[in-house]
Design a protein around this ligand. Structure first.
Ligand SMILES: [Zn+2]
Length: 509
């Protein structure tokens, strides 16, 4: 199996260590398998580590005992510092890029230095473009960007990849999705199209309850297979980092099952995946008459278990009339914050509930939806480090108003775009489609839409220091498209313009 085929199987290589047996110990050739066995045994306890053993038989000295053992350690985890530091270097020269477009990080206000790199207000429109560029990528990180002819001449790399004059963009960061669920609601889509009401659909067993039932009855393996297929499709559409929420289980075991599926995907799929606990997505039917008890279940049982098992970074909530009130949301989010979760909110989607203001008050990383946010909500967001995440797919699909993004940017806030991929209100993986809706329905410029889909999306996941833009020091998550200018990605809509996806320095699509 060569490196590329391993990557295609969803395992990411971040280092190869070569151990020359004769450097430190003299081994008989018969002992080498034992050495390898011990290495494997020592490492395989962690599900994060995979080993590929290459066993070279060449004699490297006249001494017949001296054998060279090459041990390749394949580490499936975002943070490569967790297990090893490697001196081995893998380099890729991506050359002949015709056009490059990227937002550029800037340090935020001093109090957020080294925490968030996001672009706010007018700065969202600052897209850096360049022509005839090459990027040198070492161990998955961009280490040099410059004139293609110069780098082709000066740089020695293990591999070279010809971009054939294509346009390079940062990988899209979809910072709000509900990717893991059983079944789908195509029937409801047809019923709604035929004029049936939400009440009709609910009476026919539809709505969130149908997804909850399908998700509860699906096994871990079934959800894993569904999730992997969906992530593969997202990747082909240019999404290289995704946030995934639980929230279709609505009981402890089922929501933990979803988070365990997300965790396994994070460890085995090349995409960067950020898990969010959304136990407070809706009240399950068994708690409809005793809502306070469900809130206590979330606070006393679910959140501590999710924390203890390290299954989520964020805690999210659906703060809305008839779902979780501002007071109930505050109680749950405060509990989550005390446990060390970062916070997100589904805010002001169906009514102006004050959820945006609550999110800002609690220091949420993002408040999402905002279709009904008022001037006071906009002022609160703009005066904070909280990111406003617009989800125009839900407005399109439900024929609801779009969030007042123009006003939010003009007030000086940072806006991110995400798909809200879910079976009920936004059945799409396409970040370019969100960029089209941003430009046509929310009066965003294509420049702002690109920033919102990449760097600010990464900031909404606290990853903007390492992802979301094509800059020296950032991870190499790069899209190559045959469009001649990045405007065409949103202008020519309903198309997938992505030809190649480079993820952490590996060409995987
Ligand atoms: Zn959502």
């Amino acid at each position: 199996m060569d490196d590329e085929s391993i990557v295609r199987k969803g395992i990411r290589i971040i280092g190869i260590w070569t151990i020359k047996a004769f450097d430190t110990i003299r081994l008989k050739s018969s002992e080498i398998p034992m050495l390898i066995h011990e290495l494997v045994e020592g490492l395989k306890h962690s599900r994060r580590v995979f080993l590929k053993i290459e066993y070279s038989k060449h004699n490297t000295t006249k001494n017949a005992l001296a054998k060279c053992v090459k041990v390749s350690i394949l580490l499936c985890y975002r943070d490569e510092s967790i297990f090893f530091s490697s001196s081995a270097m893998h380099s890729l020269l991506l050359y002949n890029i015709g056009h490059l477009a990227t937002p550029q990080s800037q340090e935020d206000t001093p109090q957020h230095r080294n925490k968030t790199y996001r672009l706010s207000g007018a700065a969202m429109g600052n897209i850096h473009t360049d022509q005839n560029v090459a990027l040198l990528i070492e161990n998955g990180t961009i280490t040099r960007i410059g004139d293609s002819a110069t780098l082709e001449r000066e740089v020695r790399a293990d591999k070279r990849f010809d971009a054939k004059g294509m346009t390079a963009l940062p990988g899209f960061v979809d910072s709000h999705t509900h990717t893991i669920f059983g079944g789908n609601r195509a029937n409801e889509f047809a019923m709604r199209s035929a004029g049936r009401t939400y009440q009709d659909i609910a009476a026919a067993g539809g709505g969130i309850l149908s997804t909850m039932n399908a998700t509860r009855s699906a096994t871990h393996e079934e959800l894993l297979a569904i999730g992997r297929k969906r992530l593969d499709a997202m990747l082909r559409h240019g999404t290289t980092t995704v946030e995934i929420k639980s929230g279709y289980g609505l009981d402890t075991a089922s929501d933990l099952k979803i988070l365990e599926v997300i965790q396994e995907l994070a460890q085995t799929h090349p995409m960067t995946i950020v898990p969010t606990f959304l136990g407070a997505h809706a009240f399950p039917p068994e708690f409809r008459e005793k809502r306070d008890q469900y809130i206590e279940l979330v606070c006393q049982e679910m959140l501590p278990m999710v924390k203890e098992r390290g299954l989520a970074v964020f805690c999210d909530i659906f703060c809305e009339q008839n779902y979780f009130s501002v007071e109930q949301s505050e109680h749950i989010l405060n509990t989550a914050r005390e446990l060390g979760f970062a916070l997100k909110l589904h805010a002001d989607q169906l009514s102006a509930s004050g959820a945006s203001e609550l999110g800002v008050r609690l220091g949420a990383v993002s408040v999402d939806h905002l279709e009904c946010t008022t001037a006071s909500g906009i002022r609160a967001i703009a005066s904070s480090a909280t990111i406003a995440t617009a989800l125009p797919g839900a407005s399109l699909f439900l024929n609801h108003p779009y969030p007042p993004v123009r006003d939010i940017i003009n007030a000086g806030a940072a806006v991110a775009l995400a798909t809200d991929f879910n079976p009920g209100s936004s059945m799409t993986f396409s970040m370019p489609m969100m960029m089209t809706l941003a430009a046509t329905q929310m009066r965003m410029t294509p420049e702002e839409a690109l920033t919102a889909s990449t760097l600010n999306g990464a900031a909404a996941l606290c990853l903007a220091h390492e992802r979301g833009s094509l800059e020296v020091g950032k991870r190499a998550d790069i899209l190559l498209s045959e469009v001649s200018h990045f405007y065409e990605v949103s202008y020519h809509f309903g198309m997938n313009h992505i030809v190649h996806v480079i993820k952490d320095g590996k060409v995987i699509v």
